[in-house]
Write a protein of this length. Structure first.
Lengths: 214, 214
DNA sequence: CGCATAGTTGAGCTATTTCAACATCAGTGG
DNA sequence: CCACTGATGTTGAAATAGCTCAACTATGCG
């Protein structure tokens, strides 16, 4: 429950309000690879990721483009559950996950009761917008090496730290194939910019990486 | 002034409120090709397009990707002026335009005074999110012919209608070159799906076009 | 232990870009 | 009113980034 306090939208709630939310919410457990919502569903529910990892993505013609991966406690599906329209994307668990599901009606009640929550939601949506413009910039304006470089930087915590890196997830986020991502990683390694193990990388030359990520 | 009422955010305002907004706002005129804001500016102002046409876009490495073109009265730059952070993109007039500029402070006051306006803004942001997910879908999952086909459909009003079509704008919205867009148009013409003049097209086979746009 | 999943590497392919040359049009100034 | 100029669009040929396909390796999970 304390994890949930870290979510901007919920941090604002009083103890009582949060309890109320939790009493309304249903806890759902999704094993790895389960669909949480699809574009053919209307936003009748609002989702809070409590534990696990979820990808939100578009698909067409057998291809898939990730919009965002949630791996920390966060809300998702908020736009559609606000408007009540169809979800603009798919959501699927990437690992075993726990999700709190709140009916749209209750979600709207919360908003109505406390305008401060509406403001928080605005802030979240503004963040989402910025994130998506970043995705678009990546997709449209950068070449493969820049994409991978900037992607690594988004994962980067502190110098010398081991960064878990999933090639195929990266590929789906960046609009590349896993082969291309793999090749770019090899290239970065050759250039002495990163070190590479099977599931993780380590940044050796942050400055050069930043340079490439533009 | 009545045009402004058509903008969702403002339609909600009382006569007095709207007058107040207009008294706060500064009317700015931009000739064609003028920059309205850039990513190096913080969202100190909120913009209302009154007349004209404005493109909001990202650029890098001499390339340019349009996020959205506004051609009817609308608000823009709302996310950054809500959070006060840097604009995530550029805005530039595509033709001579009139823009109402409102200081962030006053904009936030409006939100504070009337929660209903906050709700409207949420709706607008939700729309923007859906739009951007659509842009991403286009960029990442579709080939050139599909992109152009679906783009034409977004412009489409009623059957047999002449549709103004600007090849280079289309290209910048679709993440293609003008040459490719031109070639795709020729292809669609060859296929008997559209008719084509210099600055406009006409849909001859809507069903086929929809088929291609997937 | 075995099998499905994830990653690597090479080779050839192809959609789109790039470059170049040309055509057309709209607006401007004489 | 016409000539000039810059912007916009068209078409062809060549270049290329990234994809597809294929074969192989490593891994981790049941």
């Amino acid at each position: 429950m304390e994890d949930l306090r870290k979510i901007p939208l919920l941090s604002e709630l009083s103890e009582d309000q949060l309890k109320k939310v939790l009493s309304i919410a249903t806890l759902k457990k999704y094993p790895k690879g389960k669909v949480i919502f699809t574009p053919s569903q209307k936003g009748e529910f609002f989702f809070i990721l409590k534990k696990g990892k979820v990808k939100v993505f578009k698909t067409a013609k057998g291809k898939e483009q990730i919009l965002k991966v949630f791996s920390k406690p966060a809300i998702f599906g908020e736009a559609a559950s606000f408007t009540g329209s169809y979800f603009p994307a798919w959501a699927e668990s990437l690992e075993e996950s726990e999700v709190l599901v709140i009916p749209r009606k209750e979600f709207l009640n919360l908003l109505r009761e406390d305008p401060e929550i509406g403001m928080k939601l605005l802030a979240v949506m503004a963040q989402r917008l910025m994130h998506l413009t970043g995705v678009i910039e990546n997709l449209s304006l950068k070449d493969a090496l820049s994409k991978v470089s900037s992607y690594i930087l988004t994962l980067y915590g502190e110098m010398g730290e081991e960064i878990t890196f999933r090639t195929n997830i990266a590929a789906m986020e960046l609009g590349l194939t896993k082969e291309t991502v793999s090749r770019m990683l090899s290239k970065l390694k050759e250039m002495g910019i990163i070190e590479k193990n099977r599931n993780s990388i380590k940044i050796k030359d942050l400055k050069a990486l930043k340079e490439l990520s533009i």
